[in-house]
Design a protein. Structure first.
Length: 421
């Protein structure tokens, strides 16, 4: 007798209908919003964001020249900002009117001193000639007096002889006195001429100094580049850029002539991230002005202290400098806003899981590892680097293990398993 087959067919049909439902319930896929994951090997990169501005790694800063007894300057010429300049091309000039007036006065005094030297020289030469002539006349008179004494005879009276002797001796004294006056006058002449020459030298030196100062008032580009006007820093930053007619002070920097082939980014790192940043780390830079381009670089210098970001923003930051590998001098300019992504750590070929699957239990970090027929059990894990939404797994899981979020476990089951850990 045949057994009825209807109930068996109905049971088989019900099982086939229930199987997909059970698979969907206990083995959810990506359609559930990624509530399960596979432990895999991959790469984890830790990154820190920083922001700042571009600057030249080698700039020439130009300001007021060093002029003795001059403290303020008036700008009479200023090369337009952003203008390319060639070596030797004028880029900055100051009012030199007072210096020119002082130089003209010194030149006039120099001319007077030179004429005075000529006058002194002529007067002294005439006086020397007069004294030489007077000395020679006295020497002749002395010779005559000596010869009169030599021709003495018996007829010459003693009184007459004594008179001739005294005249000869007096004449010799006059000759010696005249020679001394001549020597003294020669010394006076040398002294007066030397004094006049020193006066001339001082005026010449002063004129030379003033002319050098006048030349300093006109500044030319020491090399090719572009001109950048530097603003005076106000109390809250910003400040006014210089313009023709402005009065500036000694020590003030007015222009920058950057080397566009050597560019760097001066950035600030938030205080919580500062401990991750090191010299030599690589960075990717993006600029607001060039949204379709990125540049690479390397950290070359770190600040020595933490500071407030600005007067208006008291958040604490740390300074860093990133040298750009291959700057494009056609498009990069100092002052451009830059955002830097600094790679502070990288792990390649490590076990990793999405960070959302990591839980914190009483004994430490754990994950829910999938079992058979929709079961799961908590597994303690040891973690490493966390970055980019991933966590490095050092122990507790193996490649290919499946993990789930607790919300996909059957009701009451996950709690029971967790209590059993």
């Amino acid at each position: 007798m045949k057994k009825p087959r209807g109930p068996f067919l109905l049971a088989a049909l019900g099982g086939m209908l229930a199987l997909p439902l059970l698979l969907w319930r206990f083995f959810p896929g990506q359609g559930e919003g990624g509530r399960h994951a596979i432990v895999e090997r991959g790469e984890i990169r830790q990154k820190v964001e920083a922001s700042g501005q571009l600057e030249s790694a080698h700039s020439i800063f130009i300001g007021c020249p060093t002029i003795p007894d001059t403290w303020n300057f008036t700008i009479t010429y200023l090369a337009p900002e952003g203008k390319p300049v060639r070596p030797g091309q004028p880029i900055l000039a100051f009012d030199a009117k007072k210096l020119v007036e002082t130089r003209d006065l010194e030149r006039s005094q120099l001319d007077t001193a030179r004429k005075e030297l000529e006058k002194i020289t002529l007067e002294e030469e005439e006086e020397i000639e007069r004294l030489i002539l007077e000395t020679r006349e006295l020497e002749i008179a002395a010779g005559k007096a000596e010869r009169k004494i030599e021709v003495r005879n018996e007829a010459t009276e003693a009184i007459e002889y004594e008179k001739l002797r005294l005249d000869a001796e007096l004449t010799r004294f006059k000759v010696e006195a005249a020679k001394r006056r001549l020597e003294t006058e020669r010394r006076i002449q040398r002294l007066r001429i030397a004094t006049a020459k020193n006066r001339i030298a001082r005026h010449e030196q002063k004129v030379a100094q003033i002319e050098a100062a006048i030349r300093k008032m006109r500044i030319v580009a020491p090399r090719a580049g572009i001109v950048i006007h530097l603003a005076t820093q106000g109390r809250h930053g910003g400040g006014k850029k210089p313009a023709v007619g402005d009065t500036v002070w000694f020590g003030q920097t007015i222009l920058e002539l950057p080397d566009l082939t050597r560019m760097q980014a001066a950035v600030v790192v938030a205080e919580p991230d500062a401990g991750l940043v090191r010299v030599g780390q690589r960075a990717t830079l993006s600029l607001d002005a060039l949204p379709n381009r990125t540049f690479s670089g390397e950290i070359t210098r770190l600040g020595t202290i933490f500071r407030s970001k600005s007067d208006d923003d008291p958040s604490v930051v740390f300074d860093a400098v990133i040298a750009i590998d291959d700057p494009d001098p056609e498009v990069l300019r100092p002052g451009m806003t830059v955002t830097a992504t600094i790679e502070t750590a990288r792990r390649e070929g490590v076990l990793r899981i999405p960070e959302a699957f990591l839980m914190m239990g009483e004994e430490g970090p754990l994950v829910w590892k999938s079992g058979t027929f929709g079961s799961a059990r908590p597994v303690m894990v040891q973690t490493g680097l966390r970055a980019g939404g991933y966590v490095e797994i050092l122990s507790g899981l193996a490649e290919g293990d499946e993990i789930v979020l607790p919300e996909v476990l059957p009701k009451g089951r996950g709690a029971e398993e967790e209590d059993g850990v």
